[in-house]
Design a protein around this ligand. Sequence first.
Ligand code: IPM
Ligand code: MG
Length: 351
Amino acid sequence: MSNTYDIAVIGGDGVGPEVVREGLRVLNAAAERFGFSIRLTDYPYGTEHWLATEEIFPEAATREIVDQDAILLGAIGDPRAPVGLIERGVIGHLRWDLDLYVNLRPIKLYHERFCPLKDKTPADIDMVIVRENTEDAYVQKPVFEDQGGADEVASQQMRYTRAGTERIIRYAFEVAMTRERKELLLIDKANAVRAQDLYTRVFAEVAEEYPEIKTDHAYIDAACMWMIKNPEWFDVAVTTNLFGDIITDVGAMIQGGMGLAASANVHPGKLGLFEPIHGSFPKAAGKSTANPLATISAVAMMLEYLGEREAAQAVDGAIAGLLESGAVTSLKAGANSTDALGDMVLAQLGN
Ligand code: IPM
Ligand code: MG
């Protein structure tokens, strides 16, 4: 019997719906080729929907979505809404309230022509950043005392629990176990943010259970520098939510830009949320200039998580084949139209 997967689709804001459209074309082609079925349910959440209805993400939709197998999300963010309102209300809500504590961000260079670094090849850039996804300043309330006054104080805690720290570190060790190099780097700023001593201690504790893994440590500032200078030093790295957000944008650049960087928000045993890491670029919406490869790569991650391994490898292989072929010389927005890139991936996939 073939499997059927229920996928919740949230195109979102700006270029989100366009890139998701290409992701879904590839998903459907993969389903046909590998003999599984997809049932899609569209959800309209994003800034447009909020402007029209004042609704951000209704409870009923959340209850419906948790029973599905995965969520594919385009992008959220639009200057017509207050800063962060819809991002936190949609992406934040899904990550935090569904407790998707792992944000997996692979960084892989497919061909040196896409790398802005001198003399780096695909052999040098192939890593996975495991970003904690449910704690840190992200989920704390901002507090403004004496707002607008001369003595104003603004704060938002960097808060970590032992349970939250341990589960992400453990997950990262498991990711490292699947890799040939078996290396795990802890990235923090425990010298300045002493609360992150919790990461230092828990990392050392869990490491005892994984004698096969070679561990190392770097402060976030140095890690950003080394990612540019010596990306070949990185295999798997684990870090906090905020630092993971920042360093994965650096990672996106060295693999060829935001056009290619994908991520998975997961919690073993639960449904996952798959998305490109780029933003919504509202100014480019509807122009067919956005690069859908990041979303297509997120589809490959989704297939892997659903257990459709062969399909996942085929989609990833199609992206790799396309980028190695020379048919695409730039990953920048507008270098190829959104649908032309979708067509090229489909052609590689052999449909
Ligand atoms: C990301 C994004 C989000 C984040 C924003 C949209 C809240 O930058 O997924 O990296 O900071 O996590
Ligand atoms: Mg980010």
